[in-house]
Design a binder for this molecule. Structure first.
Ligand SMILES: Nc1ncnc2c1ncn2[C@@H]1O[C@H](COP(=O)(O)OP(=O)(O)OP(=O)(O)O)[C@@H](O)[C@H]1O
Ligand code: SF4
Ligand SMILES: [Mg+2]
Length: 340
């Protein structure tokens, strides 16, 4: 059963991965850090969910808890209908190949002493299966690298973009259902970023993958995400199809993020929204709405009562007492198709 404030969750049967009322806290000497506070979200099979928000808002913590790399403090993680929080260590280990993760810094997640072919093969070898050299080379080609050129190279002999392709190939070898991509292009040159995004989008289609894509920046996830979830200080602010979110952002924080994106879209009419100051401490988050200390629209109500996430337009949810709720004009474009 989903708890309160979960209006944005779809039918449980539709979801490959669904988390309900997820809480992750970190006990520290300075106090308890509220990394993720009561977050519920789902991802459909074959979908790409973008997860955005500024540094320290809890994206990685949420991603790690969604894939059970970190055990949640409370809440449920349902993968293919099964609650992973109730699984034994061995049960989780057996499931692990189906839930893969790609990190920001590919060079540090690859063994520097191994060759590309060994790195890609080793993922399967951990499971007692040895891929043939042909299968390994096919996977190297699938991520856009030439096996004859890079097959015997080590991570230190390759660029960041090539290393990230190898990390993707290693994950793909395990035939995962879902890949969590935690800022996979943030450390790469802008020109390389688009190539890696295009590659992930192509692989999603070719291999029937489901992707969760974490980024600081809305611009990075805009084109590859079907739905986008915006996070602020451990909570969700807004969840909507990518096109709707960009054209009709309902939460002041999303409006500020869109404002920060330099590309101007003449079709988008958004009242500019500026946010001041820094992210408050996750040890002592503000009462009521967590965004209220930086929100230009905050009122007394925002300090007193926490806004629940609610549907502001069909399929579009926001957690703000004053979220824009005007219906879309009849001729308004709906979610943009995913462009590659
Ligand atoms: N192991 C830990 N111990 C204590 N606090 C932690 C730990 N990991 C994360 N945090 C804190 O939890 C909060 C959320 O961190 P998290 O790394 O999930 O954010 P993020 O959105 O991924 O940030 P970034 O964009 O910088 O990667 C931050 O305040 C962070 O300092
Ligand atoms: S609930 Fe209030 S403080 Fe929070 S985003 Fe909405 S207007 Fe701003
Ligand atoms: Mg992170």
């Amino acid at each position: 059963m989903a708890g309160s404030g979960n209006a944005h969750l779809r039918e449980a049967d539709d979801a490959l991965l669904r988390v309900e009322n997820l809480v992750v806290t970190y006990p520290t000497d300075a106090g308890v850090v509220h990394g993720v506070s009561d977050v519920s979200i789902d991802v459909r099979r074959g979908e790409t969910l973008g997860l955005v928000g500024e540094s320290g808002c809890g994206k990685s913590t949420l991603g790690r808890a969604m894939t059970m790399l970190r055990e949640p403090t409370s809440g449920r993680v349902l993968f293919d209908g099964k609650d992973l929080t109730g699984l034994s260590r061995e049960g989780l280990r057996r499931l692990r190949p189906r839930l893969q993760v790609i990190f920001q810094d590919p060079a540090s997640s690859l063994n520097p002493r191994r060759t590309v072919r060994k790195i890609i093969a080793e993922g399967l070898e951990i499971w007692g299966r040895k891929p043939t050299p042909e299968v390994v080379d096919e996977m190297i080609s699938a991520v856009g690298l030439d096996p004859a050129v890079v097959g015997e190279r080590r991570p230190g002999q390759m660029s960041g973009g090539q290393c990230q392709r190898v990390a993707i190939a290693r994950a793909l070898m395990l035939k995962p259902d879902l890949i969590l991509c935690d800022e996979p292009v943030s450390s790469l040159d802008v020109s390389i970023q688009a190539q890696i995004l295009n590659l992930l989008e192509r692989l999603r289609v070719d291999y029937g993958l489901t992707l969760i894509f974490i980024a600081h920046d809305l611009a990075v996830v805009k084109n590859i995400s079907d739905r986008i979830a915006v996070m602020y200080l451990g909570k969700l602010c807004e969840v909507a199809p990518s096109g709707d979110l960009h054209r009709y952002p309902a939460h002041p924080y999303t409006r500020a993020l869109i404002d920060a994106v330099p590309v101007a879209d003449p079709e988008v009419e958004i009242v500019p929204m500026e946010i001041r100051g820094d992210l408050p401490s996750p040890i002592n988050p503000p009462s009521g709405c967590r965004f209220r200390t930086r929100c230009p629209l905050a009122t007394d109500l925002c300090a007193e009562r926490e806004p629940e996430i609610r549907e502001v337009r069909p399929g579009h949810y926001a957690a703000c007492h004053y979220a824009t709720t005007q219906p879309l004009p009849a001729d308004a474009p709906t979610a943009e198709p995913v462009t590659v």
